[in-house]
Design a protein around this ligand. Structure first.
Ligand SMILES: NC(=O)c1ccc[n+]([C@@H]2O[C@H](COP(=O)([O-])OP(=O)(O)OC[C@H]3O[C@@H](n4cnc5c(N)ncnc54)[C@H](OP(=O)(O)O)[C@@H]3O)[C@@H](O)[C@H]2O)c1
Length: 289
């Protein structure tokens, strides 16, 4: 039996892993969130690991409020950079493999072709910088670790773009959504499944960065249109420019990531973003009915 600890398990990705846990018979899970285990508290971590054997730690905990991070940089760096460094130190000391989640926001979005894992990072927001520092700390630690950068994540759990657009499209006749930022949505169920399959495969060695999102590319405008269309809502979506919607944190204009490495190394077939979106909206409908 593999012993798996999931931190930050009340968030989108953590909840998806909880949901899938029962399908992985050779794994035993411990789920914690801030109340049970604060990943930025070194003493708490040491107390926790002292008497437990953990094979894999999946770190779903993060400071994810991208705009708020601009005015709370200390908190963002504490959770996104300092805490992953602690988790990596503990990985070396207590012998587990760390699976850590990072973001497309480590890139500046000035590329014109999908970012590969080795492309230089150049984050333009506090959130992106803090996540990049977390990655660097893990890489330096020499822990056995997998860092998976993902983008535009949504799920039936928590707050996300899909749920926001569904709510707004039910309330309004018209919506304006930016069309000059391109990326790839990620259905958190698909990512959670991939993480558990990778752990099951017993082939994680060394420290590596991978990119994972659903297949395909769209703008937030395309994404919003697809959400409205799949849900059968009667709301017109209009394209607008990023400059029409100023936000505290700068967003990358192009944050598409190349997934060849993770697909090759783990023999993965990744669903097209539109197909996964349909699955999520169907589930949200069932939850609502
Ligand atoms: N969401 C996206 O679009 C997206 C895109 C790219 C990458 N990512 C990355 O994917 C990962 C998972 O994201 P998500 O959307 O599932 O995040 P989320 O829904 O915001 O969940 C994060 C969880 O971590 C908890 N947490 C915060 N500080 C903690 C601490 N010090 N110790 C323990 N738990 C703590 C949060 O609790 P509270 O709610 O009480 O703070 C929350 O339950 C993150 O690393 C994120 O950076 C997300």
């Amino acid at each position: 039996m593999k012993q798996i600890l999931v931190t930050g398990s009340n968030g989108q990705l953590g909840n998806e892993i909880k949901h899938l846990a029962g399908s992985f018979a050779n794994m035993e899970f411990i789920f914690t969130d801030l109340n049970e285990l604060d990943i930025s508290n070194a003493d708490d971590l040491k107390d926790f690991f002292k008497n437990k054997h953990i094979d894999f730690l999946i770190n779903c905990a993060a400071y994810t409020a991208v705009d708020k991070a601009e005015s709370e940089p200390e908190k963002a760096f504490l959770i996104n950079a300092f805490a992953p460094a602690l988790l990596a130190e503990c990985a070396v000391e207590y012998g587990y493999t760390l699976v850590h989640i990072s973001t497309d926001y480590v890139f500046d979005g000035k590329s014109y072709k999908p970012y590969v894992d080795s492309d230089p990072a150049n984050a333009t927001s506090v959130y992106g910088k803090s996540k990049f520092e977390g990655e660097q700390a893990i890489l330096k630690s020499k822990a056995n670790a997998l860092i998976i950068r993902t983008s535009w994540m949504y799920s039936i759990y928590g707050h996300n773009f899909v749920k926001t657009i569904l709510r707004l499209a039910e309330e309004k006749q018209e919506l304006k959504v930016v069309s000059d930022q391109a990326g790839s949505p990620t259905y958190a169920t698909d990512l959670a499944k991939t993480i558990l399959q990778i752990i099951e495969s017993d082939s994680v060695t060394g420290t590596k960065i991978y990119h994972y999102s659903n297949e395909g590319i769209c703008s937030w405008y395309d994404f919003a249109n697809a959400i409205v269309k799949i849900a059968g809502l009667n709301c017109k979506v209009f394209p607008v420019k990023t400059s029409d919607f100023p936000t505290a944190a700068a967003r990358p204009h192009y944050s598409v990531m190349d997934k060849s490495a993770i697909k090759r190394d783990y023999n993965l077939e990744i669903p097209w973003w539109y197909d996964s979106l349909k699955v999520c909206i169907e589930l949200l409908k069932q939850v609502k009915d």
